[in-house]
Design a binder for this molecule. Structure first.
Ligand SMILES: Cc1cc2nc3c(=O)[nH]c(=O)nc-3n(C[C@H](O)[C@H](O)[C@H](O)COP(=O)(O)OP(=O)(O)OC[C@H]3O[C@@H](n4cnc5c(N)ncnc54)[C@H](O)[C@@H]3O)c2cc1C
Length: 298
């Protein structure tokens, strides 16, 4: 398949890209890594009249530690995030998750911000952005604003971004002592989109009582699903095998509404969700205990 004809604009700067968006409204689309948009155009699922290519806007790439955040430019390649020593030191959930996204060749081209803006319900980065309470920085010719990741994903492939806005940066909070993270997914083959995936981010105080439990699931709804059952069951409690198992069972029965398809039935997806929530929470709490112990010794 070939795409419909379209006009191509290579943006020379962020301001140039924003001006083109103002001129063409929702007839225009941003081109980042092209790993989702170009196939969609080839299948004629997307038919933008104008493509605004951000690949020449160097200011949108890079990974930097600033105060309590790691700031990831929207055009940072997924592979660069995977290999970043700043992210592995301060936001280890990203490093653990990146290899699950497609294949290395796709991650070489696909961008961190492109995956988040695309908002595929089976994508890993939207789910971990919610688990980590990321803040998404967006800008337009009208000004800039920050959107909490949990408010960003509105519906299937739909975000809070307006047609004239560009996602410029993703701010990820640095892991604090006593915090622990884990990611797991099941897919038919490595590199396929996940049948179900789970990202867990927890934090315990010095006595081992859970202060935060953010568990975000992918492929079980129209976007990433944040488990309210895990927060309700675990915060204020000392995590045990029993409390974790109960939280996982409640998540699978109450928080998600998966659909069945040719790859997995809804029932199987619920089963996977329960098992993966239990596994990721167990790993995340074990890491939180190690992190708290290390902080105490320091
Ligand atoms: C074979 C294959 C397998 C894949 N498997 C997986 C997988 O397992 N998990 C996974 O998560 N992904 C997977 N992907 C998708 C891949 O991760 C993409 O790179 C990613 O979804 C989109 O990033 P991109 O930079 O390529 O964006 P593009 O394809 O260029 O853009 C995607 C959409 O986001 C918009 N957009 C992009 N950047 C911005 C921005 N800064 N501001 C506003 N809007 C923007 C575009 O206009 C477009 O609508 C797969 C892709 C392929 C081809």
């Amino acid at each position: 398949m070939k795409p419909c004809s379209f006009e191509y604009v290579k943006a020379e700067s962020l301001e140039h890209a924003l001006a083109v968006l103002v001129e063409h409204g929702d007839e225009a689309k941003i081109l980042a890594g092209g790993q989702s948009l170009v196939p969609a155009m080839n299948f004629r699922l997307a038919q933008p009249a104008v493509l605004v290519d951000l690949n020449g806007v160097g200011a949108l790439s890079g990974i930097e530690r600033v105060d309590g955040m790691v700031q990831v430019g929207a055009m940072t390649r997924q592979r660069s995030a995977e290999r970043s020593s700043v992210l592995s030191a301060h936001v280890p959930l990203v490093t653990e998750t990146m290899p699950f996204i497609a294949h290395a060749q796709i991650r070489n081209r696909g961008t961190f911000g492109g995956s988040i803006a695309h908002a595929d319900p089976s994508a890993e980065l939207p789910a971990i952005s919610v688990a980590l309470s990321a803040t998404l920085q967006v800008t337009s010719s009208r000004g800039s604003r920050s959107i909490a990741a949990s408010d960003f994903y509105v519906d299937l492939l739909t975000t809070a971004l307006e047609a004239d806005e560009i996602l410029v940066r993703v701010d990820l909070p640095i892991a604090v002592p006593g915090s622990g993270f884990a990611f797991a997914e099941v897919s038919r083959r490595h590199g396929d989109y996940a049948l179900v995936g789970v990202a867990a981010s927890v934090q315990c105080d010095a006595s081992g009582v859970c202060q935060q439990a953010r568990v975000s699931l992918l492929s079980v709804g129209p976007g990433p699903v944040l488990s309210t059952s895990c927060a309700a069951a675990l915060i204020g409690e000392r995590p045990t095998t029993r409390t974790i198992a109960d939280a996982a069972a409640a998540t699978a029965s109450d928080d998600i509404d998966p659909e069945g398809d040719i790859h997995a039935s809804a029932r199987f997806r619920r089963h996977l969700a329960r098992v993966l929530v239990e596994r990721t929470l167990t790993r995340a709490f074990a890491r939180a205990a190690v992190s708290a112990g290390a902080a105490e010794q320091a």
